[in-house]
Design a protein around this ligand. Structure first.
Ligand SMILES: Cc1ncc(COP(=O)(O)O)c(C=O)c1O
Length: 601
């Protein structure tokens, strides 16, 4: 069979394969069949079109017609190209409902395919079938929503997303991104019932933990790390017990399941942030790691002596030190947006600070000491006007269900799982696709390459380019139930409950002699989260922390990794209570009482 652009005929395959007796003959036939696949454009060899769960690289690209779907496909393994050819012969040119109804297993039985394939190849074949059926189901779902016809989908009308000219594919048909794997339901939390605040506590087993005297712990250190609901704990336990294998490597069933679960989490995060593609979501060990990745990769590649990096005085050390290190390496200069006496950013100075020399503005969405919610979009717009990139540290924003990458127009958004009900050791770097594409890999190793030879390596596509080595697989998977729980409580409910608790705490603390609150004492919605930091002159914060600890109240004392901010207000350390949606008014009252007693020591 020679290379052609014609669709391969299924009946022809059936007839030819029926005449073959030995596994060797069938293998030779599959390889020959693979050679007959139409030429596959290199531009489609990207993550979006890759079929996960296959031992080798496999890509399937759907082209939507008026009533039918045509498929292009390829693989880096000659024999697998033969399997792709069989699937294309079986499915191409059929309507979505014909694709879903097509008796593919019967075809495999008829041509004795399963008996001939190893379990790994069989699983890979299954993954390809799932991908194709998932695409057809996605189209059917769109049709059912009656908002669009096959042709009139807005995405399809925009032309090939890979083609900057927006013209059609080489075959003349408009190409559309494949639907995500069929198990991933976009925004499926929207279908789950909301969780009222009053019902939440029972979902957090640790909140029942008791002191030796039998009193329950009062956990008010949520800005350092939140607690986890049962759904997250169960998910991790379930994966480790039943579905665990390494991801994106092996072709066996367990690996396919684990990979699919991890990609489902990535897709959920992508949907939540309203990003175009899950490949823009990179799993990292956390906020700190994400910022270091950008500093090492983008910073080292694009910054030079005299370029300026703008930070604010209220940044966490994680959003200061990596830039100071970058400045040391490159000769770039750091400039600072100040904090006013009313604890808001001094944005009047912004115009003087920003200039064409500014290459990066890196800001926190919410201060981890003051709870101030910053006007990120305003700052991002000003930064973009001078051509600077914008990184948003969303570590203290995501606990409230907010990582509004698109609304902020951020070039990168970074956050940690452990502050948003998820596991430790996992976080996210999300970014604009063209910027991520322009960044060289930071860590080298397994998973981040397409190929390696003695003379060098070819980097993988996004997101794997930045995910060298074995990821925190189970932690990444558990980000999905964490996100689902968070969104079922809902950011409105979370913020308003937190703000009620914060008002109550501030009112109580203000009755304590000499106590000074850091941060706004008016809690207007949209301006402050549930963080209250304070000092009592003459009493060291450590002493307050210890007294509260003995009373069963867990707060944080120290500089909270924000030494420049403390220095700005002439302080070394402070005490910080941080409330979350599972905290109660009684807990706040107990906290205020304990601080009052500590103040009288
Ligand atoms: C605003 C902010 N940025 C960054 C970080 C660092 O997060 P991680 O330690 O999870 O990397 C924190 C942690 O408290 C934070 O509050």
């Amino acid at each position: 069979m020679s290379q052609s652009t014609q669709r391969i005929d299924l009946d022809e395959i059936r007839e030819e394969i029926a005449d073959l007796d030995t596994p060797q003959e069938r293998l030779a036939f599959l390889i020959e069949l693979g050679q007959s696949l139409p030429q596959f454009d290199e531009r489609y060899q990207i993550e979006e079109f890759r079929v996960l769960g296959c031992q080798s690289m496999v890509w399937v690209v759907p082209k939507l017609g008026e009533q039918t779907i045509e498929f292009l496909g390829s693989s880096d393994a000659p024999m697998v190209r033969g399997l792709v050819a069989i699937l294309i012969a079986a499915y191409s040119g059929k309507s979505p409902s014909e694709i879903v109804a097509f008796p593919i297993e019967a075809l495999f039985d008829e041509i004795h395919l399963k008996a001939f394939l190893t379990p790994m190849r069989s699983n890979g074949l299954h993954s390809m079938v799932q991908r194709i059926q998932g695409i057809a189901k996605g189209v059917l779902a769109e049709q059912a929503s009656a908002t669009s016809s096959l042709r009139a989908t807005s995405k399809a009308d925009k032309g090939c997303p890979l083609d900057p000219t927006g013209t059609n594919t080489p075959c003349g048909a408009t190409i559309q991104q494949p639907a995500p794997p069929s198990k991933v339901v976009r925004g499926d939390w929207a279908k789950l019932p909301m969780i009222p605040i009053s019902q939440c506590r029972k979902d957090f087993p640790i909140l029942d933990a008791k002191l030796p005297c039998g009193k329950p712990w009062i956990y008010l250190d949520n800005a350092a790390s939140a607690q986890r609901p049962v759904s997250v704990l169960d998910c991790m336990d379930r994966v480790y017990r039943n579905h665990y294998a390494n991801v994106h490597r092996s072709g066996h069933q367990l690996a396919a399941e684990t990979t699919e679960a991890m990609e489902a989490a990535r897709q959920a995060l992508c949907d939540w942030m309203h990003l175009e593609s899950a490949s823009q979501v990179i799993f990292t060990p956390g906020t700190t790691a994400s910022i270091n990745l950008v500093a090492r990769s983008w910073g080292d590649a694009f910054l030079k002596t005299g370029d300026e990096i703008v930070l604010t005085e209220m940044e966490h050390h994680s959003n200061i030190v990596p830039w100071q290190q970058l400045a040391q390496r490159t000769g770039a200069v750091i400039r600072w947006i100040g904090v006013r006496d009313d604890y808001q950013l001094d944005l009047e100075s912004l115009d003087k600070i920003l200039s064409p020399r500014t290459k990066l503005v890196s800001i926190t969405a919410v201060s981890n000491v003051l709870g101030t919610i910053n006007p990120v979009r305003k700052i991002a717009d000003a930064a973009h006007r001078v051509g600077a990139k914008v990184l948003v540290d969303a570590a203290q924003s995501v606990p409230h269900g907010k990582a509004t990458a698109v609304d902020w127009d951020a070039d990168w958004v970074v956050f940690s799982g452990h502050k948003m009900l998820g596991p430790t050791g996992i976080g996210v770097l999300a970014g604009k696709r063209e910027i991520l594409e322009s960044m060289p890999p930071f860590l080298g190793g397994g998973n981040m390459i397409k190929s390696v030879s003695k003379s060098g390596f070819e980097q993988a596509d996004l997101p794997h380019r930045f995910e060298a080595g074995t990821a925190a697989i189970v932690e990444a998977i558990a980000m999905k139930p964490a996100l689902e729980y968070l969104l079922r409580v809902g950011s409105d409910q979370i913020l308003s409950h937190e703000q009620n608790l914060t008002r109550r705490a501030i009112e109580g603390l203000q009755t304590i002699k000499n106590l000074r609150i850091l941060g706004a004492t008016e809690v207007n919605s949209g301006e402050k989260t549930g963080i209250v930091s304070f000092v009592i002159p003459g009493i060291h914060a450590d002493q307050i922390g210890q007294y509260l600890n003995a009373s069963g109240v867990a707060i944080r004392v120290g500089h909270h990794c924000a030494m420049p901010l403390h220095a700005r207000f002439g302080l070394g350390v402070s005490a910080r209570a941080s409330f979350y949606f599972y905290n109660t008014e009684q807990e706040v009252d107990a906290f205020v009482t304990a601080v009052d007693r500590a103040s009288q020591l």
